[in-house]
Design a protein around this ligand. Structure first.
Ligand SMILES: [Zn+2]
Length: 372
């Protein structure tokens, strides 16, 4: 691959209470919308979406998402869209709902609108979904012909979500520059199917700058459920900058290690995507031979956001060496993005880096007298 490729959604809208303008923004896209949300999100946001659609003269077909972004769930919901003859698919909720909406849309050939109710992942803007098995293990990246037509981000809704969602989104977005930097150096292929552009490089780098500058204030803002300029900046970094940055800048070690963790049983399944990515990011930094001051800057930032930095924090204190080797094998299997790093990596290298990242964080905690 020698061409550079940059892809992006049609329109991105962010602000307080924009959810009540859904109808206005969706109107140019069609007449009948399939609205997908889980049980909880119907009460928080999706009913308002439907009300706004109806006010704009758009018919809404309501569907309840069952919780797993799996092929079975995608097919079930697509059938409902077919029988409702919809020409728009709207996903309202968290990463898995949104990934499901995109996959349903691909089957229906309609336009997809994404309305995230948390800033917990960078899933909204991309033309891909992460699909899981019905049991919740990483299954595959599913790539689509186009990015969403519209992303509507209501910062008032996002400010009401538990702080863990925002910190998880910050962790996912913190991986963006670290992974894009590796992909650029390796001249590897991004999720957009080409080499990274200067635009993607600038966006990914800006993403990290915004998070280091405003991440902690944004985290404090959501603890008080208020929308501040710091929160607005971090929501944009988590959603738009990270979304464009990871897709057209590329993924590398952090997400491969995240995917590796999904093969394990037990409590790690209760962690968010971002929590697993946070530890995966530290593992990538260990693999890359980053100097102590640089590594400690990330550990310190994650600790302030109450993100996991050790194996104990990701509920793997008791994991055997064999289990961690399975993680490392999954992270380095053929086609995984660990091979986008600018050097060769084996499962053995990743296992050592997992243990090293854990040790670096333990040493840092001891150095600053950190109490769990
Ligand atoms: Zn991610």
């Amino acid at each position: 691959m020698s061409e550079k490729v940059f892809i992006s959604p049609g329109k991105y809208v962010q602000g307080k209470n924009v959810i009540d303008k859904t109808g206005e923004y969706v109107k140019p896209l069609g007449h009948t919308a399939l609205v997908i949300a889980d049980k909880l999100v119907w009460g928080i946001a999706a009913d308002r979406v439907v009300k706004s659609l109806e006010q704009a003269g758009i018919t809404a077909v309501k569907v309840e998402f069952q919780g797993e972004a799996s092929k079975n769930e995608v097919n079930r919901i697509a059938d409902q869209g077919r029988s409702g003859k919809v020409d728009i698919v709207i996903g309202v909720g968290g990463g898995k709902t949104l990934d499901t909406a995109k996959a349903v849309n691909e089957l229906l050939g309609s336009s997809v609108v994404i309305i995230p109710t948390t800033a917990s992942t960078d899933a909204p803007t991309s033309a891909l979904s992460v699909l899981y098995t019905d049991e919740g293990a990483f299954d595959t990246y599913s790539f689509f012909s186009k990015n969403p037509s519209l992303i509507l981000v209501d910062t008032k809704v996002i400010s009401q979500a538990p702080p863990l969602f925002l910190s998880s989104g910050i962790a996912d977005a913190m991986a963006t520059w670290i992974e894009a930097r590796a992909v650029i150096e390796a001249r590897a292929t991004t999720m957009a199917g080409g080499l990274p552009t200067l635009a993607a490089e600038a966006i990914a780098s800006k993403c990290e700058e915004v998070l280091f500058d405003y991440g902690l204030q944004a985290y404090e803002s959501v603890k008080r459920k208020v929308v501040t300029p710091a929160l607005e900046a971090v929501v944009e970094a988590n959603t738009l900058l990270s979304g464009l940055g990871f897709e057209s800048g590329g993924l590398a070690g952090a997400h491969a290690i995240h995917n590796g963790f999904t093969v394990l049983e037990g409590d790690i399944h209760h962690l968010t995507h971002g929590q697993k990515v946070a530890f995966g990011t530290l593992v990538q930094l260990a693999l890359e031979q980053r100097p102590l001051t640089e590594v400690e800057r990330y550990i310190d930032f994650y600790l302030k956001l109450e993100l996991p930095v050790t194996l104990e924090d990701v509920k793997l204190k008791e994991a055997s060496r064999e289990d961690l080797y399975r993680v490392a094998q999954a992270a380095t299997k053929e086609g995984e993005t660990a091979h986008n790093l600018p050097f060769a990596v084996t499962a053995d290298d990743v296992l050592d880096a997992i243990l090293a990242a854990d040790q670096y964080s333990q040493a840092y905690k001891a150095k600053i007298g950190y109490k769990n």
